[in-house]
Design a protein around this ligand. Sequence first.
Ligand code: 6CS
Length: 285
Amino acid sequence: MIKFVRQPVYGAAFLCSLGIAMLVNGSIAHSADLAGLKEQGFARIAIANEPPWTQVNSDGTVAGAAPDLARAVLKKMGVEDVVASISEYGAMIPGVQARRFDMVAAGLFIKKERCDAVLFSEPDLCDAEAFMVKKGNPMGLNSFADIASKGAKVGVVGGGTEEKLAIEAGAERSNVIVVPDPQSGGKMLQDGRIDVYALPVLSISDLMKKADDPNLEMIAPVEGTPIFCAGVAFRKQDGDLRDAYDKVLAEMKASGEFAAIVEPYGYSADAAMQTSREKLCGGPN
Ligand code: 6CS
């Protein structure tokens, strides 16, 4: 079930009427440029529900480093509000291309194949990869190659980077289990339905804290995987909007406002500022 949640600057209202859902769900044509978003009064963002990147609280409010940052940048651009919709990672790019969302603010990693499909902002949130395993790592899983060679069942988010890494490492498709959300992944590991759950380090760390289970262990970083950096994704046709977003993001990086938003969530502002979209895309985007 997709939750449509509205995020006024302070406070939150949970949008549950079909009429409102239809409005934000793209059945009414939406603006794709800054003037239009200002007129509209809000930007529709796609999120996952993977703390600390993105989080939908029990009262319907949306938090997490990615939405908080996007809301702060958009506000400086004159777009007062954001309306968030939960989406699987694999559906985010088709969703923004189909104008169901105005942008993706979910910690979507900037990768070459994605740069061919959307425009990214400059990098904002960086992290390494981690595994959640049973205490003592009984199968000795330290890399995606280990998962493949040992025939381990790995939990992943649908259409996410870990799913791709597992398949590319040679894991049997039947051993790569798509899990709807981090809590389910943790539960499936505890119940022995998967042998390992793969997500970025900060996501697994958050899950370990919440699980508070001495029989679980985090392995980080995953051997043979790089630090990934995410950015906000825009439709290819919305270059002016992306450039306007980037301009404000750069100002916030220079002023320290960017660090003040992302670092309390555990992200390194410096890591994002040390790299660039061009480097991560392998060319201009
Ligand atoms: O962009 C991705 O593919 C990854 N991003 C996050 C924040 N979590 C997992 C996902 O695979």
